[in-house]
Design a protein around this ligand. Structure first.
Ligand code: SF4
Length: 174
C-alpha cells in the first residue's frame, strides 16, 4: 500500500530495524580473517605482558580486563562473556548467541534462509560461523569438538585465562 506520508525514512520498517541488530555481528564474520590476525597480535602482546600481570596480580587485573573484554567483544560479537572463548574456532561468530547455546554446530532446525528456528530474524550463528571459518587461515579449527561449557567461568575474562595458560605452558617447556 503506498505511504500517505510525505517522507519515508530509509530502513524505517520493523524488518530493517530488526536486521540492523545483527549488522556489527555480521561485519565481524565477514572480516574474520582480519580479526583472527588482530587477536593473534593482541594475544601475543598479553602474553609478553605476563610478568606485569603477575606483578600486579591476575586477580587484581581481572576486573578492568573483564570491563574492556565485555564492552569490546560485546560490540563486535554480541559476546555473552562465557569465559571460555571459542571465536577463533567459530569463524568469529559467538555460539553463545544460539538460543540453544550449541557450541558444536547447528541443531536440525536451521531455516531455508539460514536463519534461526527460534529467532526467525536472526542468522543462525552456525551458518555464520561456517562462512567466517572459510575466510580464516585457521578455519579448520571449526572441526574441533568443543568440551561442555564450564558454567563457573561465566563473567570472567577469557583473555586473562588464555594468557595465564599459555604462560604456564611456556614455562613448562623451558
Ligand atoms: S564464545 Fe564466550 S567469550 Fe567468546 S564471544 Fe562468545 S560468549 Fe564471549
Amino acid at each position: 500500500m503506498p505511504s500517505t506520508n510525505t517522507y519515508d525514512p530509509a530502513g524505517a520498517g520493523p524488518v530493517s530495524r530488526q536486521g540492523r541488530k545483527y549488522t556489527v555481528r555480521r561485519w565481524s564474520v565477514r572480516n574474520a580473517r582480519f580479526l583472527e590476525w588482530l587477536y593473534i597480535v593482541f594475544a601475543d602482546m598479553l602474553l609478553d605482558l605476563h610478568p606485569l600481570w603477575k606483578l600486579i596480580g591476575y586477580q587484581r587485573i581481572e576486573g578492568p580486563m573483564v570491563f574492556i573484554e565485555k564492552h569490546s567483544k560485546g560490540f563486535l560479537f554480541d559476546c555473552r562473556m562465557c569465559g571460555q572463548c571459542v571465536l577463533s574456532s567459530t569463524g568469529m561468530a559467538c555460539p553463545m548467541n544460539c538460543p540453544k547455546l550449541l557450541r558444536n554446530g547447528p541443531c536440525g532446525g536451521v531455516r531455508s534462509d539460514g536463519n534461526c528456528e527460534v529467532e526467525p530474524d536472526m542468522p543462525c550463528v552456525w551458518t555464520e560461523a561456517w562462512k567466517g571459518s572459510q575466510l580464516m587461515k585457521n578455519g579448520d579449527a571449526i572441526n574441533t569438538v568443543q568440551l561442555p561449557h564450564d558454567q563457573s567461568l561465566r563473567g570472567t575474562s577469557s583473555w586473562l585465562r588464555a594468557t595465564a595458560e599459555k604462560a604456564a605452558q611456556r614455562k613448562a617447556m623451558k
